[in-house]
Every structure is written in C-alpha cells, then in structure tokens.
Design a protein around this ligand. Sequence first.
Ligand code: UD1
Length: 437
Amino acid sequence: MINSKTYLKVNGGKALQGEVEISGSKNSILALIPPMCLGEGEGTLTHISGISDIDAMKGILDEIGIQMTYEQDSVKIKGTMVYSELSKLYVSQIRASNLFLGVLLARFGKAIVPLSGGDKIGNRPIDIHLYVFNKFGIRTEIIDGYVKCEATQFPYKGQKIFLRFPSVGATENAMLVASAADSETIIYNAAMEPEIVDMAVLLNSMGVRISGAGTPVIRIKPSKRKLQRTVHEVMPDRLEVGTYLFMIAATKGYGVLKNVIPEHVISVITILTDSGADITVDDNSIRINAKNCTLKPVNIEALPFPGFPTDLQPFATVYALACEGKSSIKDAVFPVRFNHLFEMRRMGMVYESVYSQVIIDGIQRLTGTTMTGTDIRMCTALVMAALIAEGESKIYGLEHILRGYDNLFPKLIGLGADIEIIEEENVEMVLQVECIS
Ligand code: UD1
C-alpha cells in the first residue's frame, strides 16, 4: 500500500535496457467511461490499465446508478443512469470528471457537478466548456464551487461551434452534448488528440455518427435510437510510450516498446532521432538505441496534437540534461508545469527560465537526493532524474504515479533500473519546506 510515507529508493547511473509492454491509455480510459454511461445494455472496455484514477471514475458512476466491475484487464459497465448531483468526493480527484457535465446534460438536460480536480498544473479554466454549453442554449453558472447547467430547451438543437483553443476536454464535452441534440453539430478548431478519436470510435459504435475526429472539424449526427453499449479496446498510452523513450534515451540505454501506435508519438520520435538516438519503427512497436550516443540539444515547444505533448515536457527537460549543449523547452499550454525543476535544483540542476520557457545547458551531472512529486508527470520525471543521477535518491509522492502509470515500478525493474519501494515509519516529510536559494 503506497501512502505519503512510502518512497522510491533509486540508485542512479544505470542504462535502461529491455522490453516494455505499453498499457491502455489513461486519458483515453477516462474519456471512454463517461460516454458508456449514455448507453443501454452491457458494455466492456478492454486493455484497461491498472491506474487509480479509474477508481475515482467508479465512485462517480456509483453516484449515478451505473455499475462498473473490474475483470482482469477490462471493465464491464451496465445499469441505467439516474439523475444525481455529484459530490466532491470523487470529482475533486480527477480532471476528466468534468465530462459528467456533458453526460448529465445529454441525458437529463441539466447537471450540477463540482469543479473538477486532477493535477495541480496551474489554473485550469473551464470557460471553453461553458461556452460550448451556452451555444446549445444551456444556461451555466458557478456557485460555491459547483458548476450548474440547465438547458432552456431539451432536446436542444445542433449547433456550429468554434472553439477559441482546441481544448481536449471541451471537445470531448461538445461531442457528448452534441450526441443528444436534435440535429447535426459541427465543431471547428476541435482538438485532434488521439483520445478524441478513441471517444468518437466508441460513440459511433454505440449509434452516434461522428466524422472528422482527429481533424479540426468534427461533425456529429445524433442517433435516432437509444445508444447501445458495446465492446471497445482502449488505445495504447502514447504518453507512457513517450515517457519510456525519453528515459531509455537519457540513460543511454536500449529498448523495445511493444503495443504502440507509432503515429501517436511522431513528435517524440522525430525529436529523439534528431538528437542522435537510433529509432526504428514497426507496425506496433518502437526500438530505441542510445548506447554510446552523443546526444545533441533539443528545441521543443509543447503544442496541441500533433505537436509535442505538454504531458511529456517534464521528461524533455530532464532529457536535456543528458544532451551536450543548450536546449530550449517551452510549454505555453500549461506554462506553470515546471514544478519538477524546483525539486531538481536539490540535485544540482541549473537552468534559466523566462515565463513558459527553460534553457538547459548540458551535459549536467546530477547527484541523488530526496525529492517530492506533486502530480503524475512531475513525480515520474523526478524518478527519471534520479535514474540519470549519480548515487541514491528518495522520491516521495508515489501515489501520483499510481494515478496515471500502469506498473511503472515493475516495468522499470524489468528494464534493469535499481529501484525499491520503501515503507518508512515516522518520516519527517521534506516536502517543499526546505528553502533553496
Ligand atoms: C487533457 C489531458 C491532459 C493534457 C491536456 C492537454 C485528460 C484527462 N487530461 O486535459 O493530460 O495535458 O489535455 O493535452 O485527458 N483551457 C482553457 N479553457 C478551458 C479549457 C482549457 O483556457 O475551458 C486551456 C487550459 O488552461 C490549457 C489548454 O487549454 O492551457 C489545454 O487544456 P485542455 O486541452 O482542455 O486540457 P484537459 O482536457 O484539461
């Protein structure tokens, strides 16, 4: 049982080598469970990964009368949705819980959902979601931490909607709401992330007719019949793929990643290849060899898909430490997603930063220390930093890793990492109390 007193002991300096089987996408799973609530009969999502965010989803489903049961690497979903105002208990744990606004609106024309939680990576507004709802004639207000929505006419009419930014969550909510409209909806400047395509494939198999998912213009024709739950295989986790690619390359290792859709990680493959790693792509696997490589610096900007993903920016900044020369990494999608750097200063890391951009002059040799992660990617990036550092590190905050990575620690051990989970009693938590000049 991992808790705040559990830490990961990492002996750094070893090259990662071996094979990794990639799990089902965390962000996809969280976007596929909500639409399943809109159907009838029994549905199954296969290739589910063992991440704790799914437990929070299950808690929300319980509140609206939907049953979800785990079976090996799948979940079964059945039951009829009942109207309920969601409590903060589970909604506050994950960002994707805001998709229940779309689900409740599509079924009942009204919704009361607390503001969603998730990673603490800065201000995460929902103005685009509310804009979408307003377009359908749905009144919205935020009162005392709750988002309250009610349709002035239900079912509402299909709409033409232009998103000011291709938000993933707002595009998903728009597809959910549009699937219950009385006519076609067109979303312009839609997010193009693969998770959007995965959700559209599921909704189509349930009876909705969606075209254009994966492009900036998505057309949604609602079904005339009740939606039926189906069996759907969750796509591989492209962010897990990117994480291992950066880790293997930065440790000058060698590895094969299996169950991959290479097109989903073209930005990462290109960046690492240009930087000097040897990468070979097959239909559903990627081979990377960075042994004896002199890695060149990188120039990266996090952007909406097919650009470089913001979720992988922390790994890119750690990777830059292993590159010879000045790297530049910019993340204007989540400009404050640089918390890992503050912690890594404890290891001796130096960098320059201006607003959403950091400059890292490598190669930098880090020394192991004690650090605490406060979100999924940050905490995992600290593990990566510890893997390339000299000596022993202790990483706290492992519960964040469990939220989003399936079996990270066994997979790293399989790659030869010298790591161990330690339960410690009466630890004086370091957190960010220490002052670093
Ligand atoms: C999803 C992913 C997250 C990823 C992000 C961007 C899930 C559960 N999470 O989050 O891992 O990092 O996409 O790829 O799938 N924005 C607004 N107003 C809004 C909505 C968003 O200004 O109403 C801004 C955000 O502050 C951010 C940008 O748009 O700057 C991207 O956010 P968005 O695409 O909505 O991310 P999420 O769906 O929350």
